[in-house]
Design a protein around this ligand. Structure first.
Ligand SMILES: NC(=O)c1ccc[n+]([C@@H]2O[C@H](COP(=O)([O-])OP(=O)(O)OC[C@H]3O[C@@H](n4cnc5c(N)ncnc54)[C@H](OP(=O)(O)O)[C@@H]3O)[C@@H](O)[C@H]2O)c1
Length: 321
């Protein structure tokens, strides 16, 4: 089969022939129609991930055809029985196991969910990992409901934009931060109440002039800005953290405990949450935002676009048939 193959940190990905996967016990073959990038894939190519195996096929997001059915793939393997946290054996497809940047993948049959009918292949491929992470953050952790005020940071990101779309669908008032005025404009057209550029030194003052007392804040950056997020929460509100791209954060514990603020960590989601997320998307006819579509053979340009942070939503690969 054709695949985009990762051979070594810092090296360009190679588009070429790779052995077809052979389904193991309980596994089925999926003929992929589209796949999508996550920042995880970029971290891996930069050597910033544990247990990297080469050569291998990256990619955690995919949609395709299996046994005649149109499906999306749950990127999580072996979450286990406890919905609160994954088992020690939990893995994400696309490292160490081969992923979706290929014509075929073998996955457990119970990792598949029906592709929502209203989505194109590209939109369906944009859904799995970002959708699962965002769904758990917004509903399981933050329990967002209608009328709540939600702030999502870095809304150009794949997970962030899905989180915002879920909060909007739940009837929340959603605000965002971004590095780009153009992305903030696009967000406004999607129904965001407003937003600010986190690169402005006074972003916190700008935002608090319009909106304070957030019920829920969803963040994957951490870093210096986090102390401001704590102050932007209403008493009794919460911050959900699903990443830490900007590193160490410090804040005054007094800003947390006096005001009864909770911080929840979250990662991916349980199998049931994946099914619930796909049902929610189908029921509310939510369409994941596709930033751009690249041919799989043009994979290195797609990785560069994400590394430079140019995307608004998901960067998708069309897979040759
Ligand atoms: N825990 C999990 O299960 C899980 C799952 C998926 C992702 N993640 C992590 O979450 C992060 C995002 O992943 P992704 O796949 O959505 O990546 P992505 O599509 O590349 O999005 C990254 C976004 O981060 C935003 N950003 C960059 N610097 C920022 C800052 N200083 N403050 C606020 N936002 C900032 C940017 O938003 P703008 O473009 O608007 O500037 C950028 O688009 C990564 O760290 C990833 O490893 C974790």
């Amino acid at each position: 089969m054709k695949a985009l193959v990762y051979t070594s940190s810092g090296e360009a990905l190679q588009y070429g022939d790779y052995p077809d996967p052979t389904p193991g016990d309980g596994e089925v073959l999926v003929q992929l129609r589209a796949a999508a990038l996550n920042h995880r894939d970029v971290w891996i190519t930069q050597g910033l991930y544990p247990g990297i195996r080469t050569p291998s096929i990256l990619g955690s997001d995919g949609a395709g055809v299996s046994e005649g059915n149109e499906v999306v793939i749950n990127p999580g393997i072996d979450w286990g029985d406890n919905p609160a946290y994954p088992s020690r054996g939990y893995k994400v497809i696309g490292m160490p196991d081969d992923g979706t940047f290929a014509q075929y993948i073998a996955v457990q049959r119970n990792q598949l969910a029906p592709k929502p009918d209203h989505l194109s292949w590209e939109q369906a491929a944009a859904l799995p990992l970002g959708g699962l992470t965002a769904y758990r953050a917004i509903f399981t952790k933050a329990k967002v409901s209608a009328g709540q005020r939600v702030l999502v940071t870095g809304i150009g990101g794949g997970v962030a934009l899905m989180a915002a779309q879920f909060a909007l669908a739940a009837g929340a008032e959603v605000w965002g931060t971004s590095s780009s005025a153009e992305k903030l404009q696009k967000a406004k057209k999607m129904g965001f109440a407003g937003g600010v550029n986190y690169k402005d030194a006074d972003w916190y003052t700008q935002l608090s002039a319009h909106a304070v007392d957030f019920d829920v804040i969803v963040d994957s950056a951490g870093g210096d800005a986090f102390a401001h997020l704590v102050k932007l929460c209403r008493p009794g509100g919460c911050i959900v953290v699903y990443g830490g791209g900007k590193g160490l954060s410090s804040f005054k514990p007094q800003h947390l405990f006096w005001r009864q603020i909770s911080i929840h960590g979250t990662s991916m989601g349980a199998d049931q949450e994946f099914q619930d997320m796909v049902d929610f998307v189908a029921q509310h006819r939510i369409t994941p935002v596709v930033d751009s579509v690249y041919a799989l053979s043009d994979g290195n340009n797609a990785f560069q676009r994400m590394d430079r942070g140019l995307q608004f939503g998901k960067i998708v690969f069309s897979i040759p048939q």
